[in-house]
Design a protein around this ligand. Structure first.
Ligand SMILES: C[S@@+](CC[C@H](N)C(=O)[O-])C[C@H]1O[C@@H](n2cnc3c(N)ncnc32)[C@H](O)[C@@H]1O
Length: 220
């Protein structure tokens, strides 16, 4: 499991003018707790397992800026994305319902759109978030690709997606966004608005991306 702590959300907020944070897959709520250190107007997180969602609600009770939304991430996206009127940082981290918690096995869910909702999440962001310069951070690239991941490749026995590649990210955002892969931890994909990325001279940063990875704890 990767960590949103790899990302300097404060810098991303400034560069991309983001007011909102939306995570898919809440689990213990550690991603939400990290996001809450930054000045977001609102933090949303969706979780499919009811008892996990309830526990996270209890953890953040009394914090009006945090909303834990129970349900399949793509159903939650459909209901909420059209109402978010500002740029958003997405942390897409929903997969294998209840497996990290130990209440389900990794291969228990047969419906791939529920077990691995990333492709559908990406398509929904593309269609429901037109006009915004959202930033998309994706965890666990190694589910989709074999590579030189710091934490190794996917353990054997966990069934990979039927279509095992991340081309759907390029298909949706390749023309408008800079798509950067990192092989730290279990792997990440960063999807960053082309115009802002280039304007901020981050093109130069890209050249030194691998070097930076070795030198700094954070990826962006
Ligand atoms: C890797 S954990 C999330 C960790 C968390 N994002 C963090 O940064 O600390 C994945 C979580 O996604 C949930 N999940 C899996 N499939 C889901 C789906 N289709 N919709 C919503 N949540 C899902 C799992 O139950 C699990 O709690």
């Amino acid at each position: 499991m990767g960590s949103i702590k790899r990302f300097n959300l404060g810098r991303i907020i400034k560069e991309y003018n983001c007011d909102y944070f939306f995570e898919t897959g809440t689990w213990k709520g550690d991603g939400v707790a990290y996001a809450n250190k930054f000045p977001f107007k609102k933090i949303y997180s969706s979780e499919i397992i009811p008892e996990i969602a309830q526990r996270a609600r209890a953890r953040f009770s009394g914090l009006d800026n945090i909303e834990i939304l129970e349900g399949n991430s793509t159903d939650v996206f459909k209901a909420h994305l059209p109402n978010i009127k500002g740029n958003c940082i997405f942390w897409l981290d929903a997969h294998f319902p209840g497996a990290e918690e130990g209440i389900n096995k990794y291969n228990d869910y047969e419906d791939e759109q529920v077990k691995l909702p990333l492709e559908e999440e990406i398509n929904q962001i593309k269609s429901l978030r037109k006009g915004y310069t959202d930033v998309i951070l994706i965890d666990d690239l190694r589910i989709y690709e074999t590579g030189n991941f710091a934490s190794g490749n996917m353990p054997e026995g966990i069934l990979p997606p039927k279509r095992r590649n991340s081309l759907f990210v390029n298909e949706a955002f390749g023309k408008t966004h800079k798509i950067i892969k990192s092989f730290r931890d279990e792997g990440y994909i960063l999807v960053l608005d082309n115009e802002i990325f280039t304007k901020n001279n981050t093109g130069i940063r890209k050249t030194f991306f691998d070097l930076r990875n070795k030198l700094f704890k954070q990826i962006y």
